[in-house]
Design a protein around this ligand. Structure first.
Ligand code: GRF
Length: 212
């Protein structure tokens, strides 16, 4: 069984989708631990409810980002992770941290990357009058929200939508695609090579896997 460690900062609805998928045998791996930079993250409670080790690490206890990330990495590595999954983890990562987990760290970002890296993606999609929005699962590299995309899911944007409508619609898709991609990884089907995502020994296009 491959070891998975998940990082959260907030609600943890994507974490819950991963926990459920592991319990239902849709992910052939085990979530060994969940870490958060926020002691009040509801995601930590979800983990504990599922019997998973859950810990918060307080950034205020460290002099700078590198020291915090080094301590976090040390705590994570005690679980010997094959895969590190960012699920709503809202801290910028140091280069050393990204390099340490290169090729074995995934993130989910609520936009159709490369559109809208960073924050407030749903608001931007609404403000720009986009007719579609969505979410992307990608490998994490040093470029913020810029690593190779593995899989995207699109949702329509309706004229009467507000930001919450769109967040909810995107999250439904996130909960379906993130467990699928995590399983591809733990099954050994997915790799990052030469800054590209490869699935079943085929390089994926820039927008990730696209079913025919
Ligand atoms: C998700 O929408 C994800 O795309 C983004 O942060 C949000 C986290 O939500 N990175 P949750 O904590 O999983 O509910």
């Amino acid at each position: 069984m491959k070891n998975i460690v998940v990082l959260v900062s907030g609600q943890g609805s994507n974490l819950q989708a991963l926990i459920d998928a592991c319990e239902q045998g849709r992910i052939h791996g085990k979530i060994r631990a969940v870490f958060s930079n926020n002691a009040n993250a509801y995601g930590l409670e979800r983990a504990r409810d599922a019997g998973i080790d859950a810990q918060s690490v307080d950034a205020k206890a460290y002099p700078d980002r590198n020291a915090f990330d080094a301590a976090l990495a040390q705590a994570i590595d005690a679980y010997q992770p094959d895969l590190l999954v960012l699920a709503g983890y809202m801290r910028i990562l140091s280069s050393a941290f990204v390099q340490h987990y290169a090729g074995r760290m995934l993130n989910i970002h609520p936009s159709l990357l490369p559109k809208y890296p960073g924050l407030h993606t749903h608001r931007l999609a609404l403000e720009n009058g986009d007719s579609e929005h969505g979410t992307s699962v990608h490998f994490v590299t040093e470029e913020l929200d810029g690593g190779p995309v593995i899989l995207q899911a699109k949702v329509p944007v309706f004229a009467e939508d507000d930001e919450h409508d769109l967040i909810d619609r995107v999250q439904v898709q996130e909960h379906s695609i993130y467990p699928m991609v995590v399983d591809w990884f733990v099954a050994g089907r997915l790799q990052m090579r030469d800054n590209a995502a490869w699935l079943d020994n085929q390089p994926l296009p820039a927008q990730g896997y696209a079913a025919d």
